[in-house]
Design a protein around this ligand. Structure first.
Ligand SMILES: [Zn+2]
Length: 577
């Protein structure tokens, strides 16, 4: 039984208040409506703010058959044209005079004059991957003008248009659904799960020193009320898993905002409509990252890690952390709202009671040191050095380490470096001393990460002063491996001495077992030719180009593929065109 004055200290007893008020410099609401980027009804499969791998989705995905025409949403000038292997693939950027930039990604091709300009630049630089910033006025466009065809290029797994609206000032992606594009949404968000967190070793939630996860049964348009209060003690945080749905579609979208109250007083809220590229990777601090790794649930936290600098939050009291040390019942309410103003709620109460097991948790035997988020942290054994720079962590951690025996195919022990469920704000450096690595294999050595499924993936790195050193972005298990295997080149449509016609493709599968493909070059009759590389499908292809090849002739083909450990493969052939 607790003596003394019962209280919840949210906003009352904590003086270290953090009020993260976003600084809005967004262009004024559009004075004139934008026109839609497609001339078919907009069918959204994903919207702004959806939680992705290390970023908030910065755009709005619209279903479109490959080759669907794309139109400029407002007059302006084409300010950037990019072709990348990952990310947006082929993308076009249009800067508008009123402070907005529109972005169109995963395209298959651009309007003819831009297509020609890009191809000329690719041949000049002998590179498929390119990033061009044409001078203002070089490619002016009118509102509603045809500018490109949709496709499935880059990191896209199904034909669609990735469409973004940005604030030209700072190049900050904005929430398209708040800018008046015609998308019907009369459905309320769904709340699918609640997380309640014990935030230090002295605190408890329902006797757990870590957290409890409460799945919620939710249909659209509800006000969920939990009847049984949850027992809590000490410093407690809350989190919510919530999704929005648009009319006529079952794709999971993101709500616009969530706000949270205890005892009828606001504690924190966040709004997903203006997230810079510089900060978007902090999504892993915004969510319960360990839970995502474990169960794929995306629980958005209503309390902030000390080094979370996302500016999506407002009115945050004591970083959203509530202290419960009385014996009272405290009502909690969480409200979710989508961009169309539809709202859903969850209501429940917590009761402060010390409960079973309150006290220190026994220390982890693998605990090595406290790593402070604002300091330089170094951990060293004879075999391993870990350097975590200041501000690479979101919060201070009790760093753990364990060595293990690796399989015979690896060239070091297994090093389990902390816990893959702890997110990082920036990369850190691992150096591993290889074991029985012959000197002639030093240039072929690299660090690999061993996943929970025992899958090995390259973490890069180079041999230097007796160690393999790499900069990596996640905690987990690492070891030294070597890659001596050149990439594979497998003809798909190509047949040696085969006959090909205009606009047909010469295509190949290219694959590398470990370190990944570093460069790909194709030569026809000894001259560099524009081979496109579809990374996700391991496909390399060349469209037979009437403007580059003379007809009714035999042509030689040579491919040169090099991996990241400098293993090289060549393919030679002859074809008729
Ligand atoms: Zn997208």
């Amino acid at each position: 039984m607790i003596k003394g004055h019962p209280h919840c200290v949210c906003g009352i007893f904590f003086t270290l208040m953090v009020a993260c008020l976003p600084s809005f410099s967004q262009p004024a609401s559009p004075a004139r409506p934008f026109s839609p980027p497609l001339d078919t009804p907009l069918r959204l499969t994903s919207n702004y703010g959806e939680i992705r791998e290390a970023h908030f989705h910065s755009g709005t995905d619209m279903l479109a058959d490959p080759g669907t025409k794309v139109y400029a949403v407002r007059e302006g000038t084409i300010s950037r044209i990019a072709v990348t292997l990952r990310g947006y693939g082929k993308a076009l950027y249009v800067t508008h005079p009123d402070g907005y930039t529109s972005v169109y990604g995963h395209l298959s091709s651009f309007l003819p004059e831009v297509e020609k300009y890009v191809k000329d630049q690719q041949y000049r630089r002998r590179k498929y991957v390119i990033d061009l910033y044409p001078a203002s006025g070089m490619f002016p466009v009118k509102q509603g003008q045809f500018i490109a065809l949709t496709g499935n290029t880059g990191y896209s797994f199904g034909p669609h248009l990735h469409f973004e609206m940005r604030d030209s000032n700072g190049d900050i992606p904005l929430n398209v659904l708040t800018l008046g594009f015609p998308v019907a949404d009369s459905r309320k968000p769904r709340i699918t799960c609640l997380g309640i967190y014990s935030l230090d070793p002295q605190s408890r939630v329902a006797d757990s020193a870590v957290k409890i996860i409460i799945p919620l049964k939710s249909s659209n348009g509800d006000r969920i009320i939990l009847s049984d209060p949850v027992r809590v003690w000490g410093n407690i945080g809350f989190g919510i898993e919530t999704y929005d749905y648009l009319d006529g579609r079952e794709n999971i979208c993101s709500p616009l905002l969530v706000s949270f109250q205890v005892d009828g007083k606001p504690v924190s809220s966040f709004r997903l409509d203006r997230i810079s590229f510089e900060k978007t990777s902090q999504v892993n601090s915004h969510i319960d990252y360990a839970e995502k790794i474990l169960s794929e649930r995306k629980i958005q936290k209503l309390f902030l890690d000390p080094n979370n600098t996302l500016d999506i939050y407002s009115g945050v009291v004591n970083r959203g952390i509530c202290r419960f040390t009385d014996s009272l019942l405290h009502p909690v309410a969480i409200r979710v709202e989508d961009a169309a103003g539809n709202q859903s709620f969850v209501h429940f109460s917590v009761i402060s009671e010390p409960g079973e097991g309150t006290g220190e948790i026994p220390p982890d035997s693998n605990r090595m040191a406290t790593f402070y988020f604002d300091s330089l942290n170094v951990f060293e054994t004879g075999e391993l050095k870990v350097v975590v720079p200041p501000n690479a962590l979101f919060t201070s951690i009790e760093f753990t380490y364990k060595a293990g025996k690796a399989s015979d195919t690896l060239y070091s022990s297994l090093h389990r470096i902390h816990d893959e469920g702890t997110p990082l704000k920036a990369s850190y450096i691992i150096s591993v001393r290889p074991d029985h690595l012959p000197p002639e294999l030093r240039s072929k050595a690299l660090l690999v990460q061993i996943g929970r499924d025992n899958k090995i993936s390259s973490a890069g790195g180079d041999f230097d002063k007796g160690f393999i050193t790499a900069r990596v972005g996640s905690f987990g298990t690492y070891a030294v491996a070597v890659d001596t295997v050149p990439p594979e080149i497998i003809p798909v449509s190509f047949v040696n001495k085969g006959r090909f016609a205009k606009d047909q493709f010469l295509s190949f599968q290219i694959k590398d077992a470990l370190s990944g493909i570093n460069s790909f070059n194709g030569f026809i009759d000894g001259k560099w030719a524009l081979f496109e590389y579809d990374l996700k499908n391991n496909l390399l292809f060349y469209r037979l180009d009437a403007s580059m090849l003379s007809q009714n002739q035999e042509h030689t083909l040579e491919l040169v593929i090099v991996d990241n450990r400098n293993n090289l493969s060549k393919f030679k052939g002859v074809f008729l065109y």
